[in-house]
Design a protein around this ligand. Structure first.
Ligand code: ADP
Ligand code: MG
Ligand code: MG
Length: 918
């Protein structure tokens, strides 16, 4: 290879002083300079064209002008390096010799394509020019030599159109108006009473060429150029210029592609798919990109050139049809498919052209695929020995596991359904049910046996219960980190949020979208994976994996399950992080264990207080005016808590369970609605005024930073005492039951900032533990620790570790307190912050490594300096985010604890983190 590594990064201007002339032009064909490792310099298309030529695939010869020339072009007022002209001319001579044709040669013209190609593929964003080298003289030569004047004039009209558009700027006036060249073509077809372009004769096309040229002359006030080198340089300049066209810029912004990369230009001998019925052009995938099946998949058009397939001038045929229509070419295509996969060792997306039975490959790249396909392809390619397990694990986007677990719509039913709107995909899966507008209605309808979709402008903690009863949740406001989205992910519910085109009217009980007015009780369907909203019901079903895990389908009956199981087994082999789950109920715990959870990293005890009568006792406890009254209510709550913990311990069957003591601001439990308050007053035998007074007394300006977390237990030690008692009594009970289960409770104190806070609470926990153990005679192995969720805790972690046996990073609050940012109030400026790139991403979705991350690594270091074997985990929402999991791996945590539906994703992400680290 003539290029040294160091040249790849050096700027062309900086090295123009060196003696050895710089290589700007890289040939592919009989002699090939480049290869697939050189995509920075040659772009993805150029690098892979070189690679394919080098391994003997039929690639028409040509050359690539490097991306360095693009940088030079923009740094030097759109001029080229001095040596480029001679280099390009020499490269053309090489192509002429290989093709036995001459560029601009009247009787035997060489035609070229000029194509863009950046480091990352930017499909359709930049320009391509085909059939370059035709003019009034060479077109006659091509006609005579091919014996096919129709073909020659078809090429010529295509070239004039592309050149006129791309180089001479003759484009539609605006988005609504017709392409001026297409308009002429349509006009001619109408005059002649013909529908397809293939019906146009040589003479018709000759006439079209005349009209095209006239159009150029009037619009550009210049003749279409007859000199082939003028055509070539015009095209090269236009392709470099297209790097900075509007759509390319927008695309780069969207996919974070740096503008410095630049594009390469590929100049290549033309091959012709428009020579007649034994010629064709098409695109194909080496496997089905939708489901991953190991079959060639794609489409083609007979007697056509490349752009026709995408442009939709005619409807392309499925590749499978080629087997009977062009059997020899089909066999060739299958051979190419096998060779591409053996060489590139991944599913390929390639472009081909068949010229008089001869197959040519014009492009290949790794194909885009759905999540399900990614999994299947990785597993099957490993079994076919095209990949090893490590590579396969790294090839599957961790998130894509989700697509195997969520309920799915029946695809045919979905296609037929009426799409009425679009929101943000916040909880993947398919949900279909009756529209309800309130949590109460959700409960009522669901108890009647109906599936419901809860539709709210936005959700609040009051809606939690309703959400539990719903198949899906739709909100018209709020982003992907809104309450609805958060809870939906936690519960594994289907959710579409922030659907701004949906108008919800609570009083009228209507939902209006896409011109359709739906009432409460009408059917609606949500696709939480895409954000699509449909009117009416759509059939859906539990995923196969879920059915196997809950025992309603035999493993042997599900291929998807086998794929899932294989990937999970491989992942477990390579990961170091332990995966725990955030679960509050036995049902959630069971689901998580089925998904592979190895323990509970966070049980939020407050969630246990919402069910049934408990909320009333909870409210009684909160509203109590003094300790005596409070203890009365706590005594009522104790048996519920104990039962819940016992259930959880049994479900976890000996695995560790971390229980967080009461954490949220108390007002979250209080009734805000007048009617509910009145009922409560009657039930508690107090006056409505008393309740109102207590609510006022408990009011806080800023509850997130108010009396919550360990402050509650310090203020009301009897709450901590009751919770500790419930935990230890439940443990003793389960450990001495008929089928005893070992219990290892880990008790966690929230929102600690001072060692003294922790010590205060731990004293209560230890005392109650002693009491219970003495009374029951059961020895319980337990740990006490703290959450690290305020910066002070992270900074003083060495002191906290003197009393804490474990740390669990509560990164939701740690992010709020570190950034001084309320998750619930960031909606108004978040978008602006993203656009201005102040936030690279949502800090609540993926850990802010430079800020919050540094606090975590500080706490890890300081905690270990005091207690070297301190147990470290994370239980914030970040624990289900692959990028954050990678961070946790590098930070040296012992475990991550995520919501049950994300456990499989976390297993894979943890393996990927370990593999990337190795
Ligand atoms: P894009 O990056 O937008 O796909 P390409 O540079 O791949 O653009 O060109 C688009 C199409 O033009 C190709 O799919 C192919 O069908 C056709 N094409 C490009 N080069 C040649 C060639 N040398 N011979 C025949 N057709 C070509
Ligand atoms: Mg292409
Ligand atoms: Mg917290």
């Amino acid at each position: 290879m003539p290029v040294k590594k160091t040249q790849l990064t050096r700027k062309p201007t900086a090295r123009s002083k060196s003696k050895k002339p710089v290589q700007y032009v890289y040939a592919f064909g009989k002699k090939t300079d480049g290869g697939r490792a050189m995509r920075d310099l040659l772009g993805g298309k150029g690098a892979n064209l070189a690679e394919m030529a080098a391994i003997g695939l039929p690639v028409p010869p040509g050359f690539t002008i490097s991306t360095e020339v693009c940088s030079y072009f923009y740094d030097n007022h759109r001029r080229y390096p001095a040596s480029l002209t001679t280099d390009v001319e020499a490269a053309i001579v090489d192509v002429e010799q290989q093709q036995h044709k001459g560029f601009g040669e009247r009787d035997n013209p060489l035609l070229l394509s000029v194509r863009s190609g950046a480091r990352e593929s930017m499909p359709g964003m930049m320009d391509t020019i085909l059939n370059l080298g035709l003019n009034d003289a060479t077109v006659e030569g091509l006609a005579a030599r091919s014996g096919n004047p129709r073909f020659a004039y078809d090429c010529y009209r295509r070239f004039i159109q592309m050149y006129g558009d791309v180089v001479m700027g003759i484009q539609p006036a605006n988005q609504e108006s017709h392409d001026p060249f297409d308009a002429l073509m349509d006009g001619l077809k109408a005059e002649l009473g013909k529908t397809h372009d293939t019906e146009l004769s040589a003479d018709d096309l000759k006439e079209l060429v005349k009209r095209y040229k006239r159009l150029i002359k009037t619009r550009a006030r210049k003749e279409f150029p007859q000199n082939v080198y003028e055509q070539l340089w015009g095209s090269i300049g236009a392709v470099f210029g297209s790097w900075k066209n509007e759509r390319a810029i927008i695309y780069r912004q969207r996919y974070s592609i740096p503008s410095e990369w630049g594009t390469a230009v590929n100049v290549q001998a033309m091959v012709f798919g428009n020579l007649g019925d034994d010629s064709a052009t098409g695109v194909a995938f080496t496997r089905d990109p939708a489901n991953g099946e190991n079959v060639i998949y794609g489409e083609y058009l007979v007697n056509a050139q490349g752009e026709d397939v995408v442009a939709g001038v005619r409807t392309p045929k499925q590749i499978a049809e080629m087997a009977s229509e062009m059997p020899a070419s089909y066999k060739g295509l299958q051979r190419v498919r096998a060779k591409l996969e053996r060489h590139f060792r991944d599913m390929q997306d390639f472009e081909f052209t068949i010229e008089n039975h001869h197959l040519f490959i014009l492009q290949t790249r790794n194909g885009k695929r759905t999540g399900g396909a990614a999994l299947r392809i990785a597993v099957e390619m490993t079994e076919e020995k095209l990949m090893d397990q490590r590579t396969a694990l790294l090839k599957i986007p961790a998130e894509s596991i989700d697509s195997l677990l969520v309920p799915v719509f029946d695809p045919r039913a979905q296609k037929a359904a009426r799409l009425i709107g679009q929101g943000l995909p916040a909880g993947p899966g398919a949900a279909s049910g009756l529209i309800v507008f309130t949590a109460a209605a959700a409960e009522q309808e669901s108890k009647r046996g109906n599936r419901v979709v809860l539709c709210r402008m936005e959700t609040s903690p009051d809606d939690l219960k309703g959400m539990l009863y719903s198949q899906g949740i739709l909100t018209s406001r709020g982003g992907v980190s809104s309450h609805a989205a958060l809870v939906a992910r936690q519960l594994g519910k289907v959710c579409v949020c922030g659907a701004t085109n949906v108008v919800i009217h609570y009083e009228k009980k209507t939902l209006t979208a896409g011109g359709v007015v739906l009432k409460e009780g009408d059917y609606i369907s949500l696709d939480g994976s895409t954000g699509e909203i449909y009117a009416g019901p759509i059939e859906s079903a539990d995923s196969e994996v879920k059915r196997v895990l809950n025992g309603t389908l035999k493993p042997a009956q599900s291929y998807t399950y086998r794929l899932f199981e294989t990937v999970m087994t491989w992942a477990d082999k390579y990961r170091r992080l332990v995966i725990r789950t955030n679960a509050d109920t036995p049902a959630m715990a069971q689901q998580a264990v089925a998904y592979g959870a190895e323990g509970i990293g966070l049980c939020r005890t407050e969630h246990m207080f919402f069910e049934g009568d408990r909320i009333d006792y909870m409210r009684q406890m909160i509203l109590a005016a003094d300790e005596v009254q409070r203890r009365v209510a706590l005594k009522m709550l104790l048996p519920f808590q104990k039962k819940d913990f016992a259930g959880l311990f049994k479900a976890m069957d000996g695995r560790p369970v971390t229980i967080r003591l009461l954490d949220p601001p108390l007002h979250e439990f209080l009734p805000h609605d007048d009617g509910v308050r009145r009922k409560l007053a009657i039930k508690l035998g107090v006056s409505a005024e008393f309740i109102l007074d207590r609510i006022r007394a408990l009011h806080e300006e800023n509850p997130m930073l108010g009396c919550r977390g360990c402050r509650l237990g310090i203020l009301y030690p009897e709450i901590t005492e009751m919770q500790a008692r419930a935990i230890f009594e439940a443990a003793a009970q389960v450990m001495t039951a008929k089928h005893p289960v070992v219990v290892k409770p880990e008790i966690m104190i929230p929102l600690v900032g001072f060692k003294a806070e922790l010590a205060d609470q731990l004293a209560i926990v230890h005392r109650v533990a002693r009491e219970v153990m003495e009374r029951t005679g059961v020895k319980i192995d337990y740990l006490v620790g703290t959450m690290i969720e305020v910066p002070r805790a992270a900074i003083t972690a060495d002191e906290l570790a003197e009393v804490a046996e474990f740390f669990s990073f509560g990164t939701n609050d740690l992010t709020q307190t570190t950034l001084g940012l309320s998750r619930d109030d960031m909606g108004s400026f978040f978008e602006t912050y993203r656009q201005k790139e102040i936030y690279q991403h949502n800090p609540f979705a993926s850990i802010d490594e430079q800020g919050v991350g540094r606090l975590i690594t500080t706490a890890v270091e300081r905690g270990r300096s005091t207690r070297p074997r301190i147990k470290l985990g994370i239980c914030g929402e970040h624990a289900g985010d692959p990028a954050s999991i990678q961070f946790c791996h590098r930070a040296g945590l012992d475990y991550v604890s995520c919501s049950p539906p994300r456990v499989p994703i976390a297993r894979l992400a943890a393996a990927q983190a370990a593999l990337r680290d190795a």
